[in-house]
Design a protein around this ligand. Structure first.
Ligand SMILES: NC(=O)c1ccc[n+]([C@@H]2O[C@H](COP(=O)([O-])OP(=O)(O)OC[C@H]3O[C@@H](n4cnc5c(N)ncnc54)[C@H](OP(=O)(O)O)[C@@H]3O)[C@@H](O)[C@H]2O)c1
Length: 269
C-alpha cells in the first residue's frame, strides 16, 4: 500500500489507528491536524514519524482523508472541506452516529466510506465495520479494506446494521474490560492479592480469546467442553444463568444500539 492518509482529528482513536498502521510494514505517508492542542500533535509526530499539517496542506496532499473528530464536530469539518476539490479523494469517517446522508448533504459527489473500528486497533486487533454505498468504486473499497485489514479484521455491512455492529464490536472491548475488572474484584474477595487476581484474570481472558480465534469450535462448544456436570465451572455458570447474564448482555447491547440511533437523530439534521 503506497498511500497518503490525512487524519482530521488527532485524538485517541486517530492515535490507535496511526499506532496500528505504524506497527505494520506498510509505507504510508501520514499527516495529522487537530483544532488547538499542538502539544498533542507534537507528541504524535515524535512517536509515530508523521507530519503535523495545517488543514489545507493536509487536504491537498492526502489521497485518503480520515475524519476522526467527535461526532459533534463533524459538521464543522465538513463545512471546511466544502471549500476544496475532493473528487479524487476518498473520505473515511470513523465518527459514530453520523450517517452517510450527512456527508452527502455537505459534500455531494464525494466518495465517503463509514468505518467503525474499535480501540483494539492499537494492538492490530481492531474489529472494524465498513459501510459503502453503491457509488464507491472497487478500488476505493479496496483502499479502505487495506487500511483497516492492516490493523485487524473487517466486515462490510449495509448501513442499517451499523448500530448493531457498534453494540457488539464498537463498544464491546469495554464490556470485556468490565468483566475482567469484576473478576479481579472477585479474586480479591476470595483472598488473592490484587496483582495476583489481575494476572489471573487478564491472562485467562487472553487465553480464552486465543481459543476463540484459533479453534474452529463455536463459543458454546468451547464452554461445554470445560464444564463437567456438577463441577466447579458448572457451579459458576449456574449462577450466571440463574442471574440471567444473557438477558443483561442483551439489555446492554440494546441500550448501546439505541444510543447510537439517538446520536444519528441528534447529528443528522
Ligand atoms: N473510542 C472508540 O472506541 C471509538 C471507536 C470507533 C469510532 N470512534 C469515533 O472516533 C471519533 C474520535 O473519537 P476520539 O475518542 O478519538 O476523540 P478525541 O480523543 O476527543 O479526539 C478528537 C480530535 O478531534 C480534533 N478536532 C475537533 N474538532 C476539530 C476540527 N474542527 N478540525 C480538526 N480537528 C478537530 C480534536 O482536536 P483538539 O484536541 O485540538 O480539540 C482532537 O484531536 C469519534 O467520532 C468517535 O465516535 C471511537
Amino acid at each position: 500500500m503506497n498511500q497518503s492518509i490525512g487524519f482530521i482529528g488527532g485524538g485517541n482513536m486517530a492515535e490507535a489507528i496511526i499506532g496500528g498502521l505504524r506497527k505494520t510494514d506498510k509505507d504510508i505517508q501520514i499527516r495529522v491536524t487537530n483544532r488547538a492542542n499542538h502539544e498533542r500533535i507534537q507528541r504524535l509526530v515524535d512517536k509515530y514519524s508523521i507530519k503535523a499539517s495545517e488543514f489545507q496542506e493536509l487536504v491537498e496532499n492526502s489521497r485518503v482523508l480520515v475524519i476522526a473528530v467527535k461526532p459533534k464536530d463533524v459538521r464543522e469539518v465538513l463545512k471546511h472541506l466544502k471549500n476544496y476539490t475532493l473528487q479524487d479523494k476518498l473520505i473515511i469517517s470513523i465518527a459514530a452516529g453520523i450517517p452517510l446522508k450527512v456527508f452527502h448533504k455537505y459534500l455531494p459527489d464525494v466518495a465517503v466510506i463509514r468505518a467503525m473500528p474499535n480501540t483494539s486497533t492499537a494492538v492490530l486487533h481492531s474489529m472494524t465495520g465498513l459501510v459503502r454505498e453503491e457509488t464507491i468504486t472497487q478500488a476505493q473499497a479496496e483502499t479502505a479494506t487495506e487500511i483497516f485489514s492492516a490493523i485487524g479484521r473487517i466486515l462490510w455491512i449495509p448501513e442499517e446494521k451499523m448500530n448493531a455492529l457498534i453494540a457488539l464490536s464498537g463498544s464491546g472491548p469495554a464490556y470485556f474490560y468490565l468483566f475482567t475488572e469484576s473478576l479481579i474484584q472477585a479474586g480479591v474477595q476470595l483472598g488473592l492479592r490484587e496483582e495476583e487476581a489481575e494476572l489471573l484474570a487478564r491472562e485467562t481472558l487472553i487465553g480464552a480469546g486465543k481459543m476463540l480465534t484459533e479453534s474452529d469450535k463455536s463459543p458454546a462448544r468451547l464452554r461445554e467442553e470445560v464444564t463437567s456436570p456438577n463441577g466447579t465451572t458448572f457451579a459458576a455458570l449456574s449462577v450466571f444463568n440463574e442471574d440471567k447474564l444473557a438477558q443483561i448482555v442483551m439489555k446492554a447491547a440494546q441500550a448501546c444500539a439505541r444510543r447510537a440511533e439517538d446520536m444519528e437523530g441528534e447529528y443528522s439534521e
